[in-house]
Write a protein that binds this ligand. Structure first.
Ligand code: UDP
Ligand code: MG
Length: 302
């Protein structure tokens, strides 16, 4: 059986459409399936729509979070509820084409254990957005040592891969990177990002930036190396200026250079503060993880 995990946050306009498109297609292809909608604490009628879809089709299941825990948490909840021999993750807005899901399923039948959907085209995006995602995926790709520039959350995983993902204890999970990191027989399937059919994107710029920072801190120590680098640069500067100051002292014109003092205090002060901030992110992450809170809280299931 194929379990399709579908995170849904304020998607009342899309749930029934997505459920009928997917079930129609999978039945036509004779693929046994279950659709698991994870209502990520929606404020609209998403849960009502999921219940309705369930009463029309018993292959539709639903999980309702007690509040909004974010897409990553929703994906992991869906995976841990899934009962199929393989599980796919796709968006509720049909931006991930259902036809590609069938293609991925066929790859799984051919023995691939992690089938990744990669974006052939990225759909409509502004220049600023494109640049920011470029930088983000540059850092992430280096951290995970896998090219992630075209990665998406649209993936199909074998039971073995799902179980190994679920065994990972970290609270701040990043599905896209973790599913590449686990290894197994991987295959990529290209797809074109579709236009969203109804509703709007749930990601504000602010949310995307904090999501990016949190994932970089979770996966890469590169920012810490920047701190070390800045330290070395300031140290070299200190040697040069130190020698100059001593020479001036010995030759008897020491009292000048108040401007230099002000500039140095400002420079070193800001380097130290930025460095502390960067280290602070990592400490915050350690603190978060040591609390051992659950990734999500489920309030209802059908
Ligand atoms: N989503 C979610 N929780 C959130 C935000 C989004 O479960 O807090 C779901 C959303 O319902 C959709 C998917 O994640 O199924 C992708 O969201 P969206 O389409 O808004 O993102 P975009 O396609 O614009 O990147
Ligand atoms: Mg979308």
């Amino acid at each position: 059986m194929l379990s399709v995990v579908i995170p849904a946050y304020n998607e009342e306009l899309m749930v029934s459409k997505t459920a009928s498109v997917l079930s129609g297609l999978l039945e036509q292809e004779h693929i046994p399936y279950e659709l698991i909608f994870i209502d990520d604490g929606s404020k609209d009628g998403t849960w009502r729509e999921v219940c309705e879809a369930h009463s029309e089709n018993e292959n539709v299941r639903g999980i309702h979070f007690s509040r909004n825990f974010g897409k990553e948490a929703a994906i992991f909840a869906g995976l841990s509820e899934s009962r199929g021999e393989c599980a796919a993750v796709m968006d509720c807005d049909l931006q991930h084409p259902p036809a590609t899901l069938v293609e991925m399923y066929r790859c799984w039948e051919d023995g691939f254990e992690v089938v990744e959907g990669v974006k052939r085209t990225r759909g409509k995006e502004s220049v600023a957005h494109r640049t920011a995602t470029g930088i983000f995926y540059g850092i992430m790709s280096r951290a995970v040592k896998i090219d992630m520039s075209r990665a998406s959350d649209f993936k199909l995983l074998d039971r073995k891969a799902v179980d190994s993902l679920l065994e990972m204890p970290e609270r701040n999970a990043f599905f896209r990177a973790m599913s590449s990191w686990i290894g197994f027989r991987q295959k990529q399937v290209e797809f074109d990002v579709q236009e969203r059919e109804a509703g709007e994107s749930k990601w504000s710029t602010r949310r995307l930036v904090s999501y990016a920072i949190s994932n970089i801190v979770g996966y890469s120590t590169a920012p810490m190396q920047i701190v070390t680098g800045a330290g070395i640069v300031v140290f070299l500067l200190a040697i040069v200026l130190g020698i100059q100051t001593l020479v001036r002292y010995c030759t008897g014109h020491a009292v000048e250079g108040f401007t230099t003092v002000i500039l140095l205090i400002l420079l070193i002060g800001s380097v130290i503060m930025i460095s502390l901030g960067i280290i602070g992110y990592y400490i915050a992450r350690i603190y978060e993880e040591t609390k051992r809170r659950p990734k999500y809280i489920i309030s209802k299931k059908i």
